[in-house]
Every structure is written in structure tokens, then in C-alpha cells.
Write a protein that binds this ligand. Sequence first.
Ligand SMILES: Cc1ncc(COP(=O)(O)O)c(C=O)c1O
Length: 516
Amino acid sequence: MPRVARSVSLPLALDRSAGVPLSRQLYRALREAILSGRLRPGEALPASRRLAEELGISRITVLQAYDDLRADGYITGQAGSGTFVAALPRPPHDAPDAAPGRASPAAVRTPDGSERLPRVPLSAWAQRVAAHQPLRDGGLRPQRRLRYDFDPTAPDWASFPQGVWARLLGRHLRGAGTALARYGDPAGYGPLREALAAYLRAARGVPAEPGQVVIVSGTQQALDLLLRLTVDPGAAVLVEEPGYPGVRAAAAAYGARVVPVPVDAQGLVIEQLAAATAELDRPLAVVHVTPAYQYPTGAVLPLPRRLALLDWAAQSGALVVEDDYDTAFASPQRPVEALTSLDRHGRAVYLGSFSSVLLPPLRLACAVLPPTLVEPFVAAKWLADRQTPTLEQQVLATFLTEGYYTRHLERVRALYRARRAALEEAVARELAGVARLAPTTAGAGLHALLWLDPRLDEAAVVAAAAELDVAVYPASPCYTAPEHPPALLLGYAALTAEEIHEGVRRLARALQGLLR
Ligand SMILES: Cc1ncc(COP(=O)(O)O)c(C=O)c1O
């Protein structure tokens, strides 16, 4: 290899206040010079003594950086006999294009002459995901934290039993032995599966055996895995219109044909199922429903519709995915049993989430699957993330079996019902004639749907409310159709009655400003 017997003078900027040892800074600067081609193979590095003098650092620091570069294969030679850039394969920044037809990984020069990194070539799946990018916080959350935030998915943080949870975390952390040093069962922590099977049998009438219960990191993960398991590109997935946007986006990402089925004041309009699917020349994979508290309208699906839906599913071959998000708050006087409790054909999956009763970022939910679906689902879960974190599952199991869950639920149920009443009162008083709440018989969830005067535009309302420090959330992500009656999702669980009243007062001002 030719060695250029010439030492180089490099612009090396070292920063003593950076909190990174100077030898590491020097190592990184030289490595970057080598990888970018500014230092070529065979080129000599400055003698350590000289470089130390130039940079005003100790020679030991330079020798340390050279030792590390040598150990990693960037340079060769020894102190005293000269240090040279090693013969590396072509520096990555000079690499030729990857596969033909795909975007070049080489840096792209923009019109202003600067370089930006090339795009990573993306799969068709990723491009379909990107089409739903606004689903992520950007589309639903205000840019900054607003004083009166009607976040439809936020439970009341102050009510969360932080002390109990912390104690149980400590208890399990200390008592788990070596179990926490190993991967757990991808289907979930055994005692939690048992506790949930018992709870769901009693509270929701779901005929769940522990072996059918799989713990997942949120309902969203269960939806994603179920769609992976049932959707080949082109298969039809039926969703409520309006409905939960997360299921529509996931189905579209897997290449499904997403078929919206209208919702009325009693939930999914079953008679429309046949119409919606009559023209389809493709297999029906899944129908997603929120029967106990329709998302976002709050409608409750009555018994005749439930039976008709299950019949239709048995005939059409579709899997019914019952998304029971938000229903733990159902009226205790008239609890509506889960749709899955009526399933006689093994075609229904029950999904229950702890995001609304406990906390969304805990990422704890469960799926109750027909026996034949358990194994494929657990295999898919393993591939996705191996398992849901063990410690949180252990804590939740104890939280359920020692009665904390029921006590917490009773407390927040009463609190949220009172907050919903405050919202109803405030809307009736402040918004009469310009907006009305969608009625529900389901007790209380975390949010209500507010139908707006048809002359109002959702985006304009969101912006005008934000000006008055109020965050409200458009219903449009819940719709497949671009045209629909304007509405807002108003979460009330995380606001006090006073905040609800003040927030609605301000919202009324915003609406009046727009209607003037
Ligand atoms: C109907 C519905 N399903 C699922 C989810 C997501 O739940 P999780 O936090 O369990 O993933 C939401 C969240 O808003 C929802 O409204």
C-alpha cells in the first residue's frame, strides 16, 4: 500500500466543556476524517507530539486516541515509526448506489449546495403507513400544552393509585427472583392471564379460559397482530364509520380494502353490512366493532344487532373483533355484557385495554381468542416484541387479585360520571343552538362526541379554541369519507368540573367568533 509520507494538518475542534473525554473527541474527529475520505488510505497522521502541541493537549491523550483508532482498524503503524490511515474498503460515504431502481444511498446535494442524507428506501407497507402519518400525535395533539385540554384518551392522573402501584412494583422487583432476568411467556404472565380470565367471565360475561387470554402491549398491538394474521393484500376489513382510526390505518397498511359501515344512534347499522359488502369480489377478513361504547359516538349496540352481526359473521367467514376499549365505565346498573359472550361460532375476538382505567402509556391490554387462533397469535406476538414487560404484568395481576382494581374502578367511575354531567350541563348552557352532545346510554367513558353547527369547520374550531388556551380534537380522523358532519371529541376525565365549565365557556366564545 502506498504511504503518503506527509503529515496532515486537520481542522480539529475539541471542546473541553463537552463532557466527553478529549481522547474520545479526537478519536471521533479522526475517524470522521477517515470515513469521509478527507484522510486517504496510506496518508500519514501527524506525529503524536506535534499534534498534541498543535491542539494544546497532552501527548498521552493523542496516544490514547491513536491506540483506539489502531485497535478498531482505522490506522496502522506504531508511535515512533509513523502512523498511517489503514486500507479500508471504500469509505461508506463514497459507496455506489444500492439496488438499481431504488433511491441512492449516496448523499444528495440540494440546490443551495448543502448535503443532506439520502432517504432510506421504504417498503410498500411503510409508504402506506406514511399515508396515515397524521394519526400520530401531530394530527391529534395540539402543538403546545393548553390550559383546558379536552384530551379524549387521558384518564385522571391524580386518581391513579400511585402509592399502591409503586409498592407493588417494589414488591415484585424484590420478590421475583431470577424470573425478571429471563424472557417470559410471549402469551403473557400466567397469573395475570388467570386473573383476567376470571375477571372477564364475571364482569363482561366473556367465556374466557386462561389459555385463550393473551397479554398484549395495548389494544393497538392486538389489532395490528390480528390484521397481520388475517389480511392478505386486497382482503376486505369492515370498520365503523365513524370509528377508531387506529384500526383503519393498520388495515390499510397491510393492503386491506377498508370498507366503512355507517353507525347510527344505536351503533353499527347491521342492515348496511350486506350493502357494504355486496359488490366485493374479495374475501372478508375482519369486522371491527366497539359495541359497548361506540368510538367515538358512545352508542350502545342493542341485542338484536349483536345477534345479527354474529350471524352475518358466521355466514361471511369474517372475524368479529370486539374492541372493548373504554367500557369498564359502563353503567353498573345496566352492564352490557360483551358481544363475545354471545358468540357460538368461535368467530369473535375480545379485546380489553387498561389504557382508560389505568394509564395509556402502561401499554397493557389483553386479547381473548378463539382456541384455534391462540397459537398463530402468540407466534405473531413473539415476532413483534417477544413479550409485554413482565414486571408491569406482575403488578397488574396483584392489582386485580388483591381488589385494588375494583376499588379504583369504582372511584373513577363515579368521578367520570360527575365530570360527564358537568360537561353535559356546560354544553347545554353555553353551546345551545351551535353544538350538541351525542347522547349515550353507556354511563361514562373518557370522552363525548360534540356535533357542531354544520356551518362550522372542524379545523377552524380547533384553531380558534387553541387561541383561547383550549384543546379540542376533530372527529375527522374517525371518518373514512372526506365529507361528514363536523364534530369534536371532548375528553372530560382529566379535567375538574370547574375546568370543564371554563373550557366550554371559552369554546363557546370561539364558536361565536366563527359564526359571526
Ligand atoms: C376504540 C379504541 N381502540 C383502541 C384504542 C387503543 O387502545 P390501547 O391504548 O389499548 O392500544 C383506542 C384509543 O383511543 C380506542 O379508542
